[in-house]
Design a protein around this ligand. Structure first.
Ligand SMILES: NC(=O)c1ccc[n+]([C@@H]2O[C@H](COP(=O)([O-])OP(=O)(O)OC[C@H]3O[C@@H](n4cnc5c(N)ncnc54)[C@H](O)[C@@H]3O)[C@@H](O)[C@H]2O)c1
Length: 257
């Protein structure tokens, strides 16, 4: 499925569509003429994205921390477009800091959004995806494939997404539904800017430089772009044999030392 209109008549629900990766993915599917349902807790950003895309798509203001909200989100996508072919879970939050300083609130917020919200979006989408032979793409992280010192809570959430993806892929394969996880390294999005500002100790540039130091490209190191992640999502979604995979897109940072 590589043609520009390969997704005509198909419905893609993007959760976290107001974010960097979500909005780049929305633009990519919009260009391929898919019908989109765009979900996020930030309605104003969703509206702005939809204006850019010609106001053609359904908007679903949703806080995925609540399972009943996930259910309404899926039902809203079906009400808008009548079918669901792809669910892309791209909502998420970052948290870091020494584990002995982490609070229950930080744990709950991170796990509720990154893991619980992802699960309940999947859970409520299953019957509709079964009807279309559809699929799920979860945005996990390189931090779901390897430990990241100082980010135990985030790693726990993304490691959960990776194994949730594999278990769901096995469960749903006999029913014709594929499930994959994408595991990016640092991506140049508002989340990365937030990380640098919030956790950079007043030196966001230094924070970003420390991140770049782990990449094997040396002076050629750069961060991935949201458009590159979107292109990867489209490629994975278009390849029938790919399911149960947790696929790095990370300049080799998880390949070893
Ligand atoms: N940017 C990176 O470096 C990076 C690297 C690896 C993985 N990821 C993952 O990719 C995904 C997308 O990240 P991004 O970089 O686009 O971040 P982003 O901050 O640009 O976008 C995240 C979006 O999630 C939404 N969101 C947060 N909590 C929500 C909730 N409770 N309900 C509904 N929506 C909610 C936000 O409003 C935002 O629009 C996340 O899961 C993130 O963990 C990002």
């Amino acid at each position: 499925m590589t043609g520009t209109d390969a997704w005509t008549g198909k419905t893609v629900l993007i959760v976290g569509a107001a974010g960097g990766i979500g909005s780049a993915t929305a633009r990519a599917y919009h260009e391929r003429r898919a019908s989109l349902a765009l979900a996020d807790r930030d309605l104003r950003k969703l509206q702005s994205l939809n204006r850019e895309l010609g106001n053609r798509h359904a908007l679903l203001e949703t806080d995925i921390r609540r399972p009943d909200a996930c259910k309404r989100m899926i039902e809203g996508a079906i009400a808008a477009h009548g079918r669901l072919d792809i669910l892309i879970n791209a909502a998420g939050v970052w948290v870091e800091g020494p584990s002995e300083t982490m609070t229950e609130e930080q744990w709950d917020r991170t796990l509720d959004i990154n893991l619980k919200g992802t699960f309940f979006a999947c859970r409520h989408a299953i019957p509709y995806l079964e009807r279309t032979g559809g699929q799920i793409v979860n945005i996990a992280s390189d931090a779901g494939l390897m430990g990241n010192a100082g980010a135990a809570v985030y790693c726990a959430s993304k490691g959960g997404v990776v194994l949730l993806t594999k278990a769901l892929a096995l469960e749903l394969a006999p029913r014709g539904v594929r499930v994959n996880a994408i595991c990016p390294c640092d991506v140049d999005t508002p989340m990365l800017a937030f990380q640098a500002t919030e956790f950079g100790g007043g030196d966001p540039e230094g924070y970003l430089a420390r991140l770049k130091a782990i990449y094997p490209q040396g002076p050629r190191t750069r961060f991935a772009t949201a458009d590159e992640i979107a292109a990867f999502i489209l490629a994975v979604a278009g390849l029938a044999p790919v399911t149960g995979a947790a696929l790095p897109i990370d300049f080799g940072t998880t390949a070893g030392r």
